[in-house]
Design a protein around this ligand. Structure first.
Ligand code: CO
Length: 642
């Protein structure tokens, strides 16, 4: 099969890009390559693929000049090996923190005489080998320094021994400030003295005493192999076709999602991606008040992706895809098994028993295809799961796990803005806001978004038993009129339709957007993090497609002063009806920490569902045959709902 034009860059292409970049005169020994990502070809060429012309392979690189604090993005044609153009970013912007900077920052802090002196003064620690320095973004709080220097404000912890869980012992009172361009500690801020919490607590198998027993093996057998096929990053399964990608910034992405129906591949979702995620903390304590990590724009969700070779808990027949990235010095590297692909049994797909035909109940088991990746951003884990179902549903789910961001309190202190977790150890309240960009192409690019509110009819003669309700559908015409939040009162959903394509009922074909759990932000709209994360101001945004509008908080959210991204674009109030539209969804998880979240958090789940709504003329999974009888230990069963 041909390579799909939206497959991510190969290791070879990353190397070609680095060669081209190193020949650019402005790329010097003090230049860092922050990222190299596929520059996606024009949509029209992808929709007509594999017809000629096959688009050239192109890439966009973001460079940071440490000597001058200047940022630029460079477009490269990898096919013809040429530079397409260099775009200087506005002065003062900061690109994502690179992985090398994380490591170098930790070393710089541990080597800093000022930091060592403060550490010794407060804690008597002279051996820094057990001190962990987590790079935390500096953010922006109105100071000149934040607009003119590349900064971080790391959080530090002490392990009890070299492999213990260091997060149990936060160094609360000390905040080193690091200039990453110079890679040096410019000062160490002291906020007071909090003794280290007294107790260690760990989660690893070799440390947890009295592990439970009684768990017998649960084996998923797929004796004939998996039902999906993989060609490069192209995946085919149960009428679905799409491409899975992973890039330095967004992490896992899905592209060109089609479903085979009516004897053709019907386009549904052109691109699905996480554009930003911000974790604002709700504690005004001076040591905690600046914590609000933008995990996509500041840390790079893809750069933080795990290799799932050893850390994947999926069962059954699993295939993996590698991700090819490069470090800030242009050394290509591979994250082996960054994307996991497997099938899961998912209970009942559909069932009916006709009581007059007692021997012929009809029921089918549901199966879903799971495409996932997991990123570790210092203490925290986020798992990203795209699920494809046989009935045309697509689901996106984030699994939040890992370790709480912990702080120290004094004996007897009861934290008002957090939860006491262990003696003298607390976890501040916080929220997690995700923004996902869904570029729908429902049966073509010309789509319209509708808001669907269910309302009760007025009580009048036409509603004599006062039972009537109906769906009120509003076509969204402009960006400003599309801004909205969820509404439980009207069971609000959204529908993306193509007015030029009709279904068997004569209505436009469409997909429904069904939100899951959500939260609104508790910080004031004036809070600095909210000015920078304007995408939390509304849960739904709709924009006309623009190649340059990919990230809800703008291209460079790190240390930005705000106003970029969705808030800025949608202020133009552009028309959005019957054209190529992009649907943006912000969803929040409010985390008031519990004792049960320690020492490692049981996964919390949040996401949304895309459901065909008049896209198919009938249940597309009616053609799923009954399950085959499979031996299962001593008993032999076929049952579709047990
Ligand atoms: Co949390």
């Amino acid at each position: 099969m041909l390579n799909h034009p939206l497959e991510p860059l190969t290791a070879q292409e990353i190397e070609t890009a680095v060669e081209l970049l190193k020949a650019v005169p402005s790329c010097t020994a003090t230049t860092r390559i922050i990222s190299i990502m596929l520059k996606e070809p024009p949509k029209e060429l992808v929709h007509s693929w594999p017809q000629e012309p096959v688009p050239a392979r192109e890439a966009t690189a973001v460079l940071l000049e440490n000597a001058t604090n200047a940022v630029s993005s460079i477009n490269l044609n990898l096919t013809s090996r040429t530079i397409l153009g260099v775009r200087k970013a506005p002065p003062g912007v900061q690109p994502t923190l690179s992985l090398d900077e994380q490591i170098e920052c930790e070393q710089a802090v541990l080597a800093s005489p000022e930091f060592r002196a403060v550490l010794k003064k407060h804690y008597g620690i002279t051996d820094t080998s057990l001190v962990m320095v987590d790079i935390w973004s500096a953010g922006y709080y109105g100071s000149e320094e934040e607009r003119t220097r590349r900064l971080t404000r790391p959080l530090c912890f002490v392990r009890t021994d070299p492999t213990d869980n260091g997060y149990a012992k936060p160094i609360e009172g000390i905040r080193p400030i690091v200039d990453l361009n110079k890679m040096e500690v410019i000062r160490v801020e002291e906020y007071g003295h909090w003794p280290l919490p007294p107790e260690s607590c760990n989660y690893s198998a070799d440390r947890v005493q009295d592990q439970r027993s009684g768990i017998k093996p649960l084996t998923i057998a797929q004796p004939e192999g998996a039902s999906f096929s993989l060609t490069g990053n192209q995946i085919e399964w149960q009428n679905w076709k799409f491409v899975a990608g992973l890039n330095a910034r967004e992490g896992l992405t899905i592209h060109h999602v089609r479903y085979y129906n009516q004897k053709r591949d019907r386009s549904i979702l052109y691109r699905g991606s996480l554009t930003e995620m911000v974790v604002p903390y709700g504690d005004p304590k001076p040591t905690q008040v600046r914590k609000n990590a933008f995990d996509v724009g500041e840390y790079g969700m893809g750069m933080c992706a795990n290799s799932l070779r050893l850390g994947c808990d999926c069962l059954g027949h699993i295939e993996y895809l590698d991700a090819h990235l490069c470090d800030s010095r242009g050394r290509a590297f591979t994250i082996p098994n960054a994307i996991c692909i497997h099938e899961e049994d998912y209970g009942i797909l559909w069932k009916h028993t006709d009581r007059r035909l007692p021997d012929t109940p009809e029921g089918r088991r549901s199966r879903r295809l799971v495409v996932s990746s997991v990123s570790t951003v210092e203490n925290y884990e986020d798992g990203f799961f795209w699920y494809f179902y046989q009935d045309g549903n697509i689901q996106f789910e984030v699994k939040l796990t890992g370790i709480l961001s912990l702080g120290a309190v004094l004996d007897g202190e009861k934290p008002k803005h957090g939860s006491l977790i262990a003696p003298r150890l607390y976890a501040p309240n916080h929220q997690h806001f995700f923004n996902v960009r869904l570029d729908f192409d429902i049966d073509g690019m010309e789509n319209t978004v509708q808001r669907v509110d269910v309302v009760a009819d007025p009580v009048d003669d036409a509603n004599m038993f006062e039972n009537a309700f109906q769906a009120r559908v509003t076509d969204l015409e402009t960006e400003q009129s599309a801004l909205a939040n969820l509404n439980l009162e009207t069971a609000r959903t959204w529908k993306i339709i193509n007015k030029k394509k009709t279904n068997a009922a004569g209505e436009p074909v469409g997909y429904k957007f069904i939100p899951g759990d959500n939260s609104t932000p508790f910080a004031s709209p004036n809070a600095w993090w909210r000015r920078r994360a304007g995408f939390v101001n509304h849960q739904v945004w709709v924009t006309p497609y623009s190649e340059d509008e990919k990230y809800a908080a703008g291209d460079y959210p790190n240390q930005c002063c705000g106003g970029d991204g969705l808030t800025s674009w949608t202020s133009a109030d552009r028309p959005i009806a019957s054209q190529d539209v992009v649907f943006w969804y912000t969803f929040g998880h409010t985390h008031i920490p519990r004792l049960e979240d320690y020492p490692v958090m049981p996964a919390a789940y949040i996401g949304f569902l895309l459901k065909p709504n008049g896209f198919f003329d009938r249940n597309p999974a009616n053609d799923v045959p009954p399950s085959k009888i499979v031996g299962n230990g001593a008993s032999l069963k076929t049952c579709d709902n047990c």
